[in-house]
Ligand binder design. Structure first.
Ligand code: NAP
Length: 316
């Protein structure tokens, strides 16, 4: 049986791994379907402390992983599909068929991009024009018009990134003001390649005769007008959905599916030995640095909790 299993290899999971490994807890980290988490698809991270010139997301995560491995963290790749966390031995079952047992678990499974659910989105997702990752797919749309949907920092960041390749970016937002931070919004407004489509709700992704995206159909919520915006690429950036389905309701969630920690705690849950960290439970800040901070908190809580158990492991 493991002392601690950490689910997820984003900033939260890897920081928890660094701390628990340095505390000689010999953590096992289970990487899911997106090793490194959301930052691996982010171009430039400008606000992670310690990088005055910024750092690309992939390098940051690669460094965190190396740092965790340096202190003895073990990694395995599996997608946890179900969990029994109720007893003193926590059991996790992966898609590989393997069952993992641990005294304590840190859930840092993050969140995945939210989709619109409009006609054409699923049909053209991945390779046919609809995507959630400008860093991954932006270069495929060189000199072509694209749309980005959303009004938050993600949408602003994607739109700005896409101006490097594309002929024109239309930022489609359902309201008449951006949710994005002022610095990002100002950059969007100052960029001549970005045009705003305000008050516009996406209705459908329209295909050409080859089944590739050609336009986004939108409805103006003020006038009721329906129009088409030419787009070979449709970048959906409307927020995220926390990855909690494997828990099957074992822990309480809020109305958007984020795990809710126990009272007065950020990382302790109502189940002894089970902790949460990062975007899977943080709907408020959702930053790399806050996820890392929660990973650190969860690791220290695990260390203390294990030391109090009837047969404490050696911690030092
Ligand atoms: P977000 O802040 O929740 O914004 C989601 C956007 O999508 C909102 O503008 C929302 O519209 C829109 N939206 C949601 N559902 C929609 C739907 N069904 N149809 C059309 N539009 C829809 O999400 P985010 O942009 O991914 O940012 C998440 C967090 O990460 C934030 O805390 C953000 O600051 C942070 N972040 C920071 C950076 C950075 O600092 N460089 C970069 C990326 C993300 P409404 O505004 O009308 O609700």
């Amino acid at each position: 049986m493991e002392n601690v299993i950490i689910l997820g290899t984003g900033c939260a999971g890897l920081t928890a791994a660094i701390y628990t490994a340095r505390a000689n807890l010999n953590p096992l980290v289970i990487e899911g379907s997106q090793p490194g988490g959301q930052l691996t698809t982010t171009s430039e991270v400008e606000n992670f402390p310690g990088f005055p010139e910024g750092v690309d997301g992939f390098s940051l995560m690669d460094n965190l992983r190396k740092q965790a491995a340096r202190f003895g963290t073990r990694f395995t790749n599996d997608l946890i599909e179900s969990a029994d966390l109720s007893g003193p031995v926590k059991q996790l079952v992966g898609s590989s068929g393997n069952t993992y047992e641990a005294q304590s678990v840190i859930i840092a499974t993050g969140a995945r991009p939210r989709l619109l659910g409009i006609p054409g989105e699923k049909e053209m997702f991945g390779g046919k024009g609809v995507t959630t990752c400008a860093t991954c797919d932006g270069a495929f749309y060189r000199d072509m018009p694209v749309v980005v949907i959303g009004g938050g920092d993600s949408a602003a960041e994607e739109a700005l990134f896409l101006t490097r390749f594309t002929s024109k970016v239309t930022l489609v937002h359902r309201r008449d003001e951006l949710r994005a931070s002022k610095i990002m919004a100002d950059r969007v407004f100052e960029n001549e390649k970005i045009e705003m489509a305000w008050n516009s709700v996406p209705e459908a992704v329209l295909a050409d005769e080859s089944g590739l995206a050609r336009a986004l159909q939108v409805k103006n919520v003020k006038s009721g007008d329906v129009s088409e915006i030419e787009a070979k690429g449709v970048f959906v950036a409307i927020g995220h959905v926390p990855n909690t389905s494997f828990l099957e309701g074992a822990l309480p969630t809020d109305e958007n599916g984020y795990l809710v920690p126990a009272d007065n705690s950020q990382v302790i849950t109502e189940i002894p030995g089970v902790y949460v960290a990062g975007d899977v439970s943080d709907h408020k800040f959702r930053q790399a640095i806050t996820a890392a901070g929660m990973g650190c908190q969860a690791a220290i809580e695990v260390e203390r909790w294990l030391a109090e158990q009837p047969q404490p492991v050696e911690v030092g």
